[in-house]
Write a protein that binds this ligand. Sequence first.
Ligand code: SF4
Ligand code: SF4
Length: 424
Amino acid sequence: MNGKDYTKMWEGLGLNIENHAGLLGVLTNAYKDIYLSQNNRPAAMEYFDFVISEVHGLRIEEIIAAKEAGRKVVGTFCVYVPEEIVLAADGLCIGLCAGAEVGSEEAEKFIPRNTCALIKAFMGFKLSGLCPYVETTDLIVGETTCDGKKKAYESFNEITKKVYVMEIPHMKTDEDKKLWLSEVKRFKDRIEGLSGKKLTVDALKKGASVANEKRKALQRLSRLRAADPAPISGLDALLVNQVSFYDDPLRFTSMTHKLCDELSDRASKGTGVADKGAPRILISGSPMAIPNWKLHAIIEGSGAVVVGEESCIGERNHRDLVDESFSSVDDAMEKISSRYLGIDCACFTPNTERLDNIKALVERLGADGVIHYSLQFCTPYMMESYKVEKAVTEVPFMRIETDYSMEDFGQLKTRVEAFIEMIQ
Ligand code: SF4
Ligand code: SF4
């Protein structure tokens, strides 16, 4: 942190100051142990270290200032929510998924114990008074993806009174496309109502451009990870992807390109974070919300390097761009809805494009093995992992189911070490 005391701001947001101080203490120590202890980090990661140190400080101050200037804050839990529409209304779009085991007891008063850790965590953070982002939102957008989220949003709305739910079809037929287009239009109307701004073609073009530029910067980062030796650790690349859900998009894009310039230089000189030829792992599956760094820390602590995340905090978030060549608001809605319906979440059936995307990623990134990661009780990804196992024929495959706790750390480490030894 920059040494500033934010207590008044947190009190104003209704946070539980004592619990919050405990959480920041734990996170600061975890960050030091996992991130700052890495060797040969790119110098440009300094910006991302700063963002993390100020994730509940300066960034919240910025959001509050934006609200005072009349801008609206929209919180989301899924990469299906069209960010460009929020940006077109000069709004701020913030990811609310949580990646730490917090407030489970409180959450279990509303949802069953055997719910995935991501859902439990976003409920737990709110109920324990620990999430300044939820408190700054004017609207929280849920979506009918998996059953757990769909039902949890009903309780989350009772608690926050500001949840709006988008219906996501679970197939991609022509009828589903029509349904999804109408949902994107309904969302546009909701955002217009919230912001008091009628969205024009120009505003939508600006929103699409800002979102696309951010995606292009993340795509560039992904491509640079194909170098051997890897110019950046998986932990650091994961962090950049996680930060993309919180940071100001223009600043984020510029700082990510700065990092990529350095990585490009490293790649041309053959400088990396691991030895040339070190085992390269692609992680595939459920999203890893901040501060969920457990699996990457285990893999990279075992001598391998993570070269990609086939996940919503990764490729699924930035793989496709919105076609910006629209000439009317209706055309923009068509092009935006079509971009989002290309996302290959395991909530869809069939979802064969995901298998093709994983195989293409293995090849592009030169992965030596795939570790499929599912959060416990995440039925869509756990079920689909069997198809992924069958599809990934070129390199070894391993399936991992875990949650946010550290109880299985030793057991996972043993399994990962054996897997890495096998591919070496
Ligand atoms: S895994 Fe599916 S439900 Fe979760 S953020 Fe991604 S698209 Fe949304
Ligand atoms: S990780 Fe799986 S169960 Fe959890 S919210 Fe995402 S799709 Fe649903």
